[in-house]
Write a protein of this length. Structure first.
Length: 550
């Protein structure tokens, strides 16, 4: 509940502080006295946006501060999740600076407007006249039914499931788009991959192929040179091997005379052995050299294939071609992987959908079960409010659409009189009937919600007399479970309050100021008498006011 409200430099209010009780409080005042200003100031601490036009004195900042007693309302989790200090007497302060900037605080911790709005949802319901139109809004109609059906836990479960289901659909659709794109290029990628794969490329093979090709292409020239070399080495009379052997034999004769000759002999021996090995290797190469046109043609075809692939893919090496082959293989394989992933996600979606449908069905069944009780309560209350023949036709209609609160749509129809057709509230209900229906709805919701405070801003529009008296009784009854404020022009309602506050304006020189005060017993009698008869208060009006208060 709201314990107190302090306002400085806001609209027509210079400085105001007022404490509130926890029962049924009445706020009255002449049109234009400042009741809307009071609600506007309260709106600031509840997260409404503001601008410099809110400042009475443009040179000073505006401060609105409200204290809420929240010890009974289980709000610790909200404070923990928002990293705020929890206090049973929580202070919300809003400041508007002359520069136009706005600051907000909860228990002296800076917060943003969204946090204020989120907290206000748990603190107070301000019901203004235009909000009676919300009766025709499906979201509000479901709020009524869900409060009675106590579906909040299931709706949260459903919303989490729906979020997961939709994100999984998005994931699947993204994969499908990737698959469609890759399928367009699939045949071309497969052709390029198969072409490279059939080439059976190996790292370093181009240089080896080119070398072998050159050797086969010049086999006669190579063979002729090898023959000459072997003749020069092995010729019987002048062969290099024979002469080198003889050179070594003569040098050996001098080794006994000097270590220098011995060293030269050793070097010559090494030279002879090395040259002998070279000659033997040349003989083996000569034996291997032969003309092979078929192999030469095969090498030429392989080389032309590699050159062609290098040109097609605009690369210079076989290694780059192999890298492209691996990349293409990955693309071809990724299509299969994408198809498998999509199939897996489709199965997952079936499971999620089944779970979501089961949760939505349970919500729908809970809603359907409470409709008879809701209709009965509405009819009973509205009968007291002068609508004895009112009827409601409320149907929960299952659909295939996933809404934010389930899969139901709702038909909330109304008939005020016997023999009249059912119709939509906004089309067939008058302003006074809408006010009474909304009050009935709020009084029912008060039994099920843990909302600390509700403010009715002239909900009595279009009613008077005994009906107004009954509306006052209903609001008074609501105050047994919550703090209730009624801003009213009707004395029948004003007399039902436990506390009565008056908004009024005073004019000093060129300055007009709005003020709010708690009326004592005598002041209250005078205020209600004035509501009955106007500024000229008659004795009968005073007596009537006392009778109403008694």
């Amino acid at each position: 509940m709201i314990s107190s409200l302090s306002i400085e430099n806001f609209a027509l209010i210079e400085k105001l502080h007022i404490d509130f009780s926890n029962g049924f409080s009445i706020i009255t005042g002449e049109t234009g006295a400042g009741k809307s200003i009071l609600l506007g100031a309260l709106g600031l601490v509840l997260g409404k946006r503001a601008d410099l036009t809110s400042l009475k004195n443009k040179e000073e900042k505006c401060i609105v501060e409200a204290i809420f007693s929240i010890g009974k309302y289980d709000l610790k989790s909200f404070f923990e999740s928002n990293d705020l200090d929890y206090e049973e007497e929580t202070i919300i302060r809003r400041e508007i600076l002359p520069s136009g900037k706005s600051r907000a605080f909860i228990n002296d911790s800076p917060v943003n407007l969204q946090q204020l709005q989120d907290l206000s949802y748990y603190l107070i319901d301000v019901h203004s006249q235009h909000q009676t139109l919300a009766l025709s809004d499906e979201e509000f109609q479901f709020k009524i039914i869900d409060a009675l059906a106590q579906t909040s836990d299931r709706v949260v479960e459903y919303q989490l499931g729906l979020k997961n289901y939709r994100s999984t659909i998005t994931k699947r659709d993204t994969l499908k788009e990737q698959l469609a794109t890759q399928l367009k290029e699939k045949e071309y990628h497969e052709f390029l991959f198969n072409e490279l794969q059939q080439a059976q490329l190996k790292t370093g093979e181009l240089e080896e192929l080119e070398q072998t090709y050159e050797a086969l292409n010049n086999v006669e020239f190579i063979s002729e040179n090898l023959d000459k070399l072997l003749v020069m080495a092995n010729e019987d009379e002048y062969g290099l091997l024979k002469n080198l052997k003889e050179f070594k034999s003569i040098l050996q004769k001098n080794t006994a005379f000097s270590t220098n000759y011995a060293a030269l002999f050793e070097r010559t021996q090494s030279l002879f052995l090395e040259f002998d090995d070279v000659v033997k290797e040349l003989q083996r190469e000569s034996d291997l050299v032969y003309n092979d046109p078929e192999k030469l043609e095969a090498l030429n075809q392989k080389l032309q294939l590699i050159y062609s692939l290098q040109k097609k893919h605009n690369v210079q090496t076989v290694e780059e071609l192999i890298a492209i082959q691996n990349e293409l293989e990955g693309k071809v394989v990724s299509i299969d992987q994408l198809e498998n992933d999509i199939h897996r996600i489709e199965k997952e979606l079936e499971t999620l959908k089944a779970s979501l449908d089961a949760c939505a069905l349970a919500i729908s069944q809970q809603r359907t079960a409470v409709i008879p009780a809701l209709s009965t309560q509405l009819v009973d209350i509205l009968s007291l409010l002068g609508m004895p023949n009112v009827q409601f036709k409320i149907d929960i209609i299952p659909t295939d659409t996933y809404y934010s609160n389930g899969k139901d749509s709702i038909a909330f129809l109304f008939s005020a009189n016997k023999g009249t057709d059912f119709g939509l509230l906004k089309k067939v209900a008058s302003g006074g009937e809408l006010s009474r229906i909304m009050l009935a709805v709020k009084s029912i919701l008060a039994q099920y919600s843990k909302l600390p405070t509700i403010i009715f801003d002239e909900i009595d529009t279009g009613v008077s007399g005994e009906i107004a008296n009954k509306m006052g009784e209903i609001m008074k009854g609501m105050s047994q479970n919550m703090q209730v404020f009624a801003i009213t022009h009707l004395p029948q309602i004003a007399s039902k309050g436990a506390s009565h506050y008056k908004v009024f304006k005073t004019v000093t020189g060129d300055t007009t100021v709005s003020e709010l005060k708690l009326l004592n017993k005598e002041e209250r009698i005078t205020e209600i008498a004035e509501m009955l008869s106007g500024k000229e208060i008659s004795a009968s009006a005073l007596n009537h006011a006392k009778a109403l208060l008694n």
